[in-house]
Design a protein around this ligand. Structure first.
Ligand code: GDP
Ligand code: IMO
Ligand code: MG
Length: 429
């Protein structure tokens, strides 16, 4: 019996939330280990749609949710999200949600810095979610972040605010943005403290116990390998490591605890925000994929850029992300397209590449080489078994397996929880 880590294999929004919710029926604990409320995970359960950003998707299944130390938590956003899902009938209490006491907090000044820097970048914007994710991770690495446990020590908060404001107010003033006042920040944090501290604990102890008891743990990734701060399309990335190895460090467990790594990939490609996207379609087909796939950012509301499946990128994500099986989602969006394309290489300056080079100039110049496949006329929408899939759709899936060098172990055919085909149970290893 293994634990399972779910990570995105493209640029995010592959359907991680749906897959985690589905798999959560087979686990007891669901752990978020990186990212923050830049994530937007949509779960469709009957007539309810849940949009989660910080809360582990397993909560909807009545499982224990854990926010690991590798996450950055905006306490205001957390409380707002809890209120939102409670309005939908889901109870979130310290009984079913635990947060690592050593988790880094996102403060209002992080969002302000994030947005001011984006504005200053002008045409070279990254297209961040503006939620302070990058600046909060910077403060963590710079050793000045306020962490959840600090809220129980007002004198620690005061000392850290001095250092934080020295740094950030200098920067904000330089960017021509309003600066922050210490007392107001302190008062706000002290008002939040009694609301969020009851969720705090050393989650590593609970997870260690779960390991020893053989309790199944599901690790829920946010963002995706191509947004990983090391392995993604840098600098057009998020500020955390999104690969499966982070599940261990980001929750306080050793690498052996991670178990089977399931990479989620859409049957085509999308990206929110700026940055290289070799297979992007700016024509009517791209428009069609976006319309049929409802490709609008959960967090930003921005229309997602759409393109063909990029087997070069997903193969690279499989290798650097440690992906052992692929959950292929949104196959139904391709129903009825007469012809499909899969990228099998890039032409850059006359040379053929089977990987995306690291230099931004080369990434921007990559021209995809395509393999053309016939589409299918039947429907995959809502299919719950291989037998229901048109032969040509099966062929498309098989070709993706060959080119990405990873088996498709799960298939998703609609947003609805149960429209899922299990090929191999990831918890069986
Ligand atoms: P995440 O960030 O990886 O969790 O993905 P998002 O929730 O941001 O975006 C995926 C979107 O696709 C959501 O609106 C899901 O409801 C939807 N979705 C997930 N799987 C499928 C599928 O197999 N088919 C279709 N048509 N939609 C899906
Ligand atoms: P889920 O978990 C898609 C993108 C942003 C931007 C870049 C950096 O739903 O797949 P950030 O605010 O993180 O500093 O922005 O990363 N981005 C996402 N794109 N899905 C996400 O999460 C994303 N989280 C961040 O659009 O391009
Ligand atoms: Mg999303």
């Amino acid at each position: 019996m293994a634990n399972v880590a779910v990570i995105g294999a493209q640029w995010g929004d592959e359907g991680k939330g749906k897959v985690v919710d589905w798999l959560a029926s087979r686990a007891e604990i669901v752990v978020r280990f990186q990212g923050g409320h830049n994530a937007g995970h949509t779960l469709v359960v009957g007539n309810q749609t849940y949009k989660l950003s910080l809360l582990p998707s397993g909560l909807v299944r009545g499982k224990l949710g854990i926010i690991g130390n590798g996450v950055v938590v905006d306490p205001e956003a957390l409380l707002a999200e809890i209120a939102r899902v409670e309005a939908q009938g889901l109870r979130v209490t310290p009984e079913n949600l635990r947060i690592a006491e050593n988790v880094t907090l996102i403060l209002p000044l992080h969002g302000a810095i994030d947005r001011a820097r984006e504005a200053a970048r002008g045409a070279r914007q990254i297209g961040t979610t503006g939620r302070g994710i990058g600046p909060a991770y910077e403060d963590k690495v710079a050793r000045r972040a306020i962490r959840l446990a600090d809220l129980a020590e007002p004198e620690t908060v005061v000392a850290k605010l001095d250092e934080l404001l020295l740094h950030h107010n200098t920067l904000l003033a330089g960017l021509g943005a309003p600066v922050f006042e210490k007392q107001a920040l302190f008062d706000a944090l002290m008002a939040l403290a009694p609301k969020v501290l009851p969720f705090a604990e050393p989650v590593w102890e609970r997870l260690d116990q779960a390991r020893r008891d053989g309790t199944r743990i599901l690790f829920e990734g946010a963002q995706a390998v191509m947004l990983d701060v090391d392995h993604g399309t840098y600098p057009f990335v998020t500020s955390s490591n999104t690969v499966a190895a982070t599940a261990a460090a980001g929750s306080g467990l050793g690498p052996a605890a991670v178990g089977f790594v399931l990479g989620i990939a859409k049957a085509y490609s999308t990206r929110v925000g700026a940055g290289p996207f070799p297979t992007e379609l700016t024509d009517a087909t791209g428009q069609l994929l976006g319309d049929r796939g409802h490709e609008f950012g959960t967090v930003t509301g921005r229309r997602r850029r759409c393109g063909w499946f990029d087997a070069v990128l997903v193969r690279q994500a499989v290798k650097v992300g440690g992906i052992q099986g692929i959950a292929l989602t949104k196959l139904d969006v391709l129903d009825g397209l007469p012809e499909l394309r899969i990228c099998t290489g890039y032409r850059i300056g006359g040379e053929l590449f089977r990987r995306l080079p690291a230099a931004p100039g080369a990434q921007a110049a990559a021209v995809p080489e395509y393999e053309v496949m016939e589409g299918w006329s039947g429907s995959t929408q809502g299919a719950r078994s291989w037998a229901e899939l048109p032969a040509q759709a099966v062929k498309y899936v098989r070709r993706i397996e060959e080119l990405t060098e990873a088996p498709v172990t799960l298939l998703s055919t609609s947003p609805e929880r149960d429209d899922t085909i299990l090929v191999r149970d990831p918890f069986e290893g």
